[in-house]
Design a protein around this ligand. Structure first.
Ligand code: SAH
Ligand code: SF4
Length: 348
């Protein structure tokens, strides 16, 4: 598929699609037909939409593209995880990942090309920021991943490159297309938005009507450590962040997931596990421990298996739900924090 400079129809709601064609607008049922072709049946161009009148297909093809992204590179891990490097018409590239599990197939999407939050342990953070992605570019990632998938995609996580709540409107628009019956039809509870801790965004998300899931990358149990790892903590320190998480839990009645990247000697000590347990007391939540994935010449080191076990033991003694995320796709740099989209410039 080639990228096109024509505007994409992806990311539009049925109402927006009806209004996008002038002077003769589409009929609402035609907008639904087009969306079914694209999101359900995987049509990559208008010519394939054979139940639309041929002149309409021609008009559509003259004005619009379907998927604005083209595949620049594809890689498959020995564990089945697949990663795509996609390129937008303006030359920006970003990655997305398809992660198989026993009972699920998870698509991990990027929300920005780069990230401006600059977390010390994250490959995306080290590449700087280009721009936020459009709803079409997020839906376009999912369409490309769906074409690879041999079974239905069951879960979607905004955990690729970028900070979703720093691109709030576009991420919500993309999540709504994925969720809507005319779009991918994936249940809101299967769509997770992960944040490094932008407090106003968490409050805003708590007021949305949909049941999208929230994940918060906590990564440290005290402000000194968190300041040194995540510059965003100086704007929204732990107490403020957890205040927003509690408000979110009360307003939505939902469980929040905390992500905690374990870095050897930095935040994986027994005292850290005990601090974390104290901090999260009374917050209805799950904790996902992620042993650090080393993106090449990193200053941090992965935790030893013994310290992971020790941390898990201490935390699970006081917190009801703690899991270790078995990072998949390490051999193709597709695991958490390894996405860089620099494959063409800097082979990894
Ligand atoms: N910006 C958002 C979403 C993308 S990052 C956020 O930070 O939540 C997705 C997850 O990967 C985050 O939980 C982050 O803490 C984690 N991560 C980043 N770099 C990592 C690394 N090198 N190893 C393991 N996990 C990492
Ligand atoms: Fe950005 Fe998330 Fe990476 Fe931090 S961990 S630099 S917020 S993508």
């Amino acid at each position: 598929m080639t990228a096109s400079d024509k505007p994409s129809i992806l990311g539009l709601t049925p109402e927006q699609l009806v209004g996008a064609i002038r002077p003769e607008p589409l009929r609402p049922y035609q907008a639904r037909q087009i969306m079914a072709w694209v999101y359900r049946r995987g049509a990559v161009d208008f010519a394939a939409m054979t139940d639309l009148p041929a002149p309409l297909r021609k008009r559509l093809a003259g004005k619009f593209s379907v998927n604005p992204l083209r595949v620049a590179r594809a890689a498959k891990s020995s564990d089945g995880t697949e990663k795509l490097l996609l390129r937008a018409p303006d030359g920006k590239s970003f990655e997305c990942v398809l992660i198989p599990g026993r009972n699920r197939l998870t698509a991990c999407l990027s929300s920005q090309a780069g990230c401006r939050l600059g977390c010390a342990f994250c490959a995306t953070g080290s590449m700087g920021f280009s721009r936020g992605l459009t709803p079409a570019e997020m839906a376009g990632q999912l369409l490309h991943l769906k074409r690879l998938a041999e079974r239905p995609v069951t879960n979607l996580v905004f955990m690729g490159m970028g900070e979703p709540l720093d691109n709030y409107e576009n991420v919500l628009a993309a999540a709504r297309i994925v969720n809507s019956p005319e779009g991918f039809g994936l249940g809101a509870r299967h769509i997770t938005i992960s944040t490094a801790g932008l407090v106003p965004g968490i409050d805003r998300l708590s007021r949305e009507p949909e049941q999208f899931k929230l994940a918060v990358s906590l990564n440290a149990a005290d402000d000194r450590t968190r300041d040194s790892l995540m510059p965003v903590n100086r704007r929204y320190p732990i107490a403020e962040l957890l205040g927003a998480v509690k408000r979110y839990a009360v307003r939505t009645g939902k469980l929040v997931t905390f992500e905690y990247v374990l870095l050897a000697g930095v935040n994986d000590r027994p005292a850290d596990a005990r601090n974390l347990g104290r901090l999260l007391k009374g917050i209805p939540s799950k904790v996902n421990l992620i042993p650090f994935n080393s993106p090449g010449k990193a200053v941090f080191k992965p935790p030893s298996p013994a310290s992971v076990r020790g941390f898990l033991g201490l935390l699970s003694a006081v917190h009801p739900q703690v899991t270790i995320r078995a990072s998949q796709g390490r051999d193709i740099s597709a695991a958490c924090g390894m996405l860089k989209a620099s494959c063409t410039a800097q082979p990894q």
